[in-house]
Ligand binder design. Structure first.
Ligand code: GTP
Ligand code: MG
Length: 457
């Protein structure tokens, strides 16, 4: 797993680009401390113990660039398991650039995206799934996303995969042992037990694959489509939910023609609210495209907020629309909007319909009630379970492939195929499980994963 430039010392800004009170520049590699020592005035850094902080100045010849605090983390007790120096300077991008270039001048190389994390992985600090969880954790913007990423980063998911692998490895080796005694017709691995084990593992894998749908929602938000006739108040509702004038609102029917999306967290769950063009027959070409997009978004929705204008739409028309909503599979809420313009009887008649909630999108109290109704609609329990949720497409794919290989094993046992073919299928399943945690990797795979990280991570 050696790479070119592997023994280089790398340098990068670890905090975000832009002005801040402080910025942290990180160096990692064999020369990290020696290079920092050439720039740092105050103490001889090469003589200081690990896990210590030192105040001083960074100088380029006679010029003082900044007053800084330097932290030392010596191999192997550091993030990358290499020597690491963290320079905390004032948060000016000009100062940062000067210090980074000075480090390069003294022998460091600019880090590639994700290179610190990649080194940590290659040096055995954690496995691949844990490395990917770090990226997820950094991007977590809801409690549910933080929780799943944290579980994965702390190795919970990896342990489950490893347990599945260990059980299979045991059987693979028994079967391979039989191959050595093939003349004597012995059976070390009971086919019945193997069958039971494979069924068991398959069940667990299927549970993980099924969790991916939830994982995707946790990571990217639950697609929540606001649909209905033109002028029902869809854009008004979007703006109210987001507390921001995101979409244009007007009394002209057909104002929104394109899809407008934005995210927001409610009760620790991320929702992706999607405002759409009002559903109607139209001769306007552009509006017609908008209506098509609305239908497409409805098909992909995780939750539908179907809006009616209670002040103009007759109850019978609303009822038949709700009958249609009842027949489709996606959870929905029927929102009777503009209740402020309606008499009590009309509102009562509407509220007798299933999943209905009468409100005014202009009323803050009504809005809070709607938010509660939305949270009741989604299965919050699922978001809070301690059980593992697969959030990564790469992991889901590997699990699907592992399941395919295990199905081959089952078919093989039933057909009584030869041991060497059986062993091959088991090895194939092991291979795919190993891909998740990084026991099995290729340079392409690693490059692909770590290039998605930012520089400095
Ligand atoms: N009285 C009252 N007016 C509302 C309410 N909600 C929205 N409106 C008004 O209804 C009109 C239409 O609102 P929009 O939010 O643009 O409706 P829309 O569903 O997005 O319409 P299209 O984009 O054309 O499909 C605007 O004049 C809003 O101010 C409400 O609860 N009560
Ligand atoms: Mg609109």
């Amino acid at each position: 797993m050696q790479q070119t430039g592997w023994h280089d010392t790398i340098v990068a800004l670890a905090t975000p680009q832009g002005v801040g009170a402080l910025a942290i520049i990180r160096l990692s590699g064999e020369q990290a401390i020696a290079i920092a020592d050439k720039m740092f005035y105050g103490k001889n850094l090469t003589e200081q113990p690990s896990h210590t902080l030192h105040v001083g100045t960074i100088r380029d010849g006679e010029t003082i660039i900044d007053e800084v605090v330097v932290g030392l983390f010596k191999a192997p007790r550091s993030f990358t398991k290499e020597d690491i120096v963290e320079i905390t300077c004032h948060g000016s991008m000009y100062i940062v650039k000067q210090i980074v270039m000075l480090a390069v001048h003294h022998g460091a190389r600019l880090a590639k995206p994700g290179e610190f994390t990649q080194r940590a992985f290659l040096n055995g600090k954690f496995d691949l799934a844990q490395a990917e969880a770090i990226a997820d954790l950094i991007h977590a913007d809801s409690e549910a996303a933080r929780k799943t990423a944290m579980y994965q980063m702390r190795g919970g998911f990896s342990r489950e995969i490893k347990a599945l692998r260990d059980e299979l490895v045991h059987f693979a080796s028994l079967i391979e042992l039989e191959l050595d005694f093939s003349e004597e017709d012995v059976e070390f691995a009971s086919r019945q037990q193997l069958r039971k084990l494979v069924d068991n593992i398959n069940q667990k894998i299927t549970g993980l694959i099924d969790s991916f749908e939830l994982g995707n929602v946790i990571k990217n938000g639950l697609p929540t489509v606001i649909a209905g006739k033109p002028n029902a108040g869809k854009s008004t509702l979007l703006n109210a939910l987001l507390r921001e004038e995101r979409a244009i609102v007007s009394e002209i029917a057909g104002t929104t023609r394109d899809v407008i999306e934005d995210e927001m967290t409610l009760g620790g769950i991320t929702f992706r609210f999607i405002d759409t063009a009002g559903l109607r027959e139209t001769s306007d070409t552009i509006e017609a495209i908008g209506v098509e997009k609305t239908k497409q978004k409805l098909a992909e929705a995780g939750l539908i907020l179907f809006m009616f204008d209670l002040s103009t739409e007759p109850i019978e028309a609303i009822r038949s629309e709700i009958v249609r909503l009842e027949r489709q599979p996606t959870p929905y809420l029927a929102i009777g909007n503009k209740a402020d313009l309606c008499d009590k009887d009309h509102i009562t008649a509407f509220e007798e319909l299933p999943n209905s909630i009468a409100m005014s999108a202009l009323d803050e109290k009504d809005l809070q009630q709607l938010e509660e109704a939305i949270l009741q609609k989604v299965n919050i329990e699922a978001f809070n379970t301690g059980s593992t949720v697969v959030t990564n497409l790469r992991h889901e794919q590997a699990l699907v492939h592992a399941r395919q290989a295990l199905n081959q094993v089952v078919a093989g046992i039933e057909q009584g195929i030869s041991n060497d073919l059986l062993a091959l299928d088991i090895r194939q399943a092991l291979h795919h499980l190993g891909e998740i945690t990084g026991e099995i990797t290729t340079d392409d795979l690693l490059a692909n994963i770590f290039s998605k990280f930012c520089i400095g991570k």
